[in-house]
Design a protein around this ligand. Structure first.
Ligand code: 9MR
Length: 338
């Protein structure tokens, strides 16, 4: 919770549902929306299918958040499965929702070693370079002026801080990152251009490598304007040490910083102790961002346990979001927004 909101109390309400009477935490609708308790953007990853098909999902999203990140719809394989043939409909649907509802969009993501189309594998180095430039230019031009920030490159480091051996690194060499940022700047000069990664929330080999790269790119005049910290956390590990100081050192390089994909998974079944620990982690992440002037955004990777990548990727873990599957706020929500 922010210092500001610590002094606000909303009490409890008598909830009557399905014949049961129970005292429970005030629903989110009784508290101000998350987006209204901070001057920073508060976002969520969004699957276009849920936005289209689930009215309750859409209602909570619209009430609580002022930024959306397409969860998969703007990835290269989604947008351009065959060379030069674009499928815009799902990405357009999210951008149109944002435009119609006064939300901003975080674009995700232009150059990533995952979820890229197979046709990239068959290209020569020179042709791959052309394909990357064309893809960045085509996608950013379509959404020019409608995307607040773009994850231009995603997850370019290994855990030890060495460069990930992606198809881009292998074929184009280390400078593909600088090229990507320059092409992105030409396509939409108004969007904030980010490098984004996970396990960079504490000071260590990986975050040091990202810090050094941002520093050296900026010294060369490459338009890196933001550092994204995914913040996929688990209660079985400690909260990242020096979280706020780590954000601050990047901010001190002259870039914006953002929490881009926050979630806190617990081992299933969840219980009140685990959810209390989860609440503590979410609150520390929220407060860390609030305390850094240039932390401009707090985005969660989905807001409801109904739709979360976690159980599919970490068997036995889940319940990682601020709202449960029925869209009731969990202790983590109430802790941030009491
Ligand atoms: O949530 C996304 C999931 O639906 C996809 O299957 C997965 C594919 O790798 O990507 C997930 O989102 C990832 C994001 O794009 C980048 N950071 C890690 C996220 C969780 O894996």
């Amino acid at each position: 919770m922010s210092v500001h909101s610590r002094f606000r109390r909303w009490g409890t309400v008598l909830a009557v549902s399905a014949g049961l009477v129970a005292w429970q935490a005030a629903p989110a609708s009784a508290a101000p929306p998350l987006k209204d308790i901070t001057g920073k953007y508060v976002g969520s990853a969004v699957p276009a299918s849920a936005l289209a098909n689930e009215a309750d999902f859409r209602t909570t999203l619209t009430r609580e958040f002022d930024s959306v990140t397409p969860e998969n719809e703007m990835k290269w394989a989604s947008l351009e499965p065959n060379r030069g043939q674009y499928n815009w409909s799902a990405a357009d649907a999210i951008v149109n929702y944002a435009q119609q509802n006064g939300k901003t969009v975080r674009g995700h993501t232009l150059v990533w070693h995952n979820q890229y189309p197979g046709w990239l594998n068959n290209l020569s180095a020179a042709d791959l370079r052309t394909a990357v430039q064309n893809h960045i230019t085509t996608v950013m031009t379509r959404y020019k002026g409608k995307i607040r920030a773009w994850d231009v490159v995603n997850e370019v480091f290994n855990e030890d801080g060495s460069r990930r051996d992606s198809i881009f690194q292998q074929k184009l060499g280390a400078n593909y990152i600088a090229d990507a940022f320059r092409w992105a700047k030409q396509a939409d000069p108004g969007a904030k251009l980010y490098i984004n990664d996970y396990n960079v929330e504490w000071q260590g080999a990986k975050s040091n490598a990202m810090y050094n790269l941002v520093n050296s790119l900026r010294q060369q005049g490459v338009p890196v304007e933001g550092a994204g910290f995914q913040t996929h956390l688990s209660t079985q590990y400690g909260f990242p040490g020096g979280f706020q100081a780590n954000l601050q050192r990047f901010a001190d390089l002259g870039v914006d910083v953002a929490i881009t994909e926050a979630d806190v998974r617990v081992q299933l079944p969840a219980d009140s102790a685990k959810l209390a620990k989860q609440a503590d982690y979410f609150d520390q992440a929220w407060d860390g961002c609030q305390a850094v002037t240039r932390c401009v955004e707090f985005t969660t990777w989905g807001f409801t346990d109904r739709h979360s990548w976690v159980p599919g990727t970490f068997p036995g873990e889940g319940a990682a979001c601020l709202f449960d599957s029925n869209l009731n706020p969990k202790p983590a929500y109430t802790r941030i927004n009491p």
